[in-house]
Design a binder for this molecule. Structure first.
Ligand SMILES: [Zn+2]
Length: 154
């Protein structure tokens, strides 16, 4: 095991340092950053999301790019094979994060409630889900996603 002796082991956070996308397309997840500065490194495997929300966003982006390998790789081992909506007929329109609970760098579990909009055959749909995330071997993974319950009782 090698151990670097840098004075500070801090990792430079990716975030407000890139106020506007300099090159490349805006990230599909709607963060306002360029794909290369946002979800791109996660999908390329060159970086790991450090929060549940970052993983959630990157998985949304993976859907938009039909990146099945990434979606599988970011599922918790106990999660049954997800039904991947990767058909060419599905066009993802946007992502809106409604609520997040835990899922930060020091947490081992987290939840993200979101609405993703997509279109199939000219008809628009909304996917409202509360995704649960859990750390597995140090990295965030997707556990499951019961539908959102913003409507109240049954
Ligand atoms: Zn993104």
């Amino acid at each position: 095991m090698t151990r670097s002796t840098k004075p500070s082991g801090e990792v430079t956070p990716v975030g407000p340092r890139q106020p506007h996308p300099r090159h490349g397309t805006p990230c599909p997840c709607g963060s306002g950053q360029s794909y290369a500065a946002c979800c791109g490194p996660y999908l390329d495997g060159t970086a790991l999301p450090d929060t549940a929300e970052a993983l959630m966003r990157s998985r949304y982006t993976a859907y938009t790019r039909r990146h099945a390998a990434y979606l599988k790789a970011t599922c918790h081992p106990s999660t049954p094979s997800p039904e991947l909506v990767l058909a060419e007929s599905v066009k993802w329109l946007g992502l809106r994060i409604l609520r997040r609970e835990a899922g930060q760098t020091g947490d081992s579990e987290g939840q993200v409630e979101f609405i993703a909009r997509y279109k199939v055959g000219g008809r628009a749909h909304r996917l409202h889900e509360v995704s649960r995330f859990r750390r597995f071997e140090g990295r965030w993974t997707y556990l499951d996603g019961p539908p959102g319950h913003s409507g109240g009782g049954v």
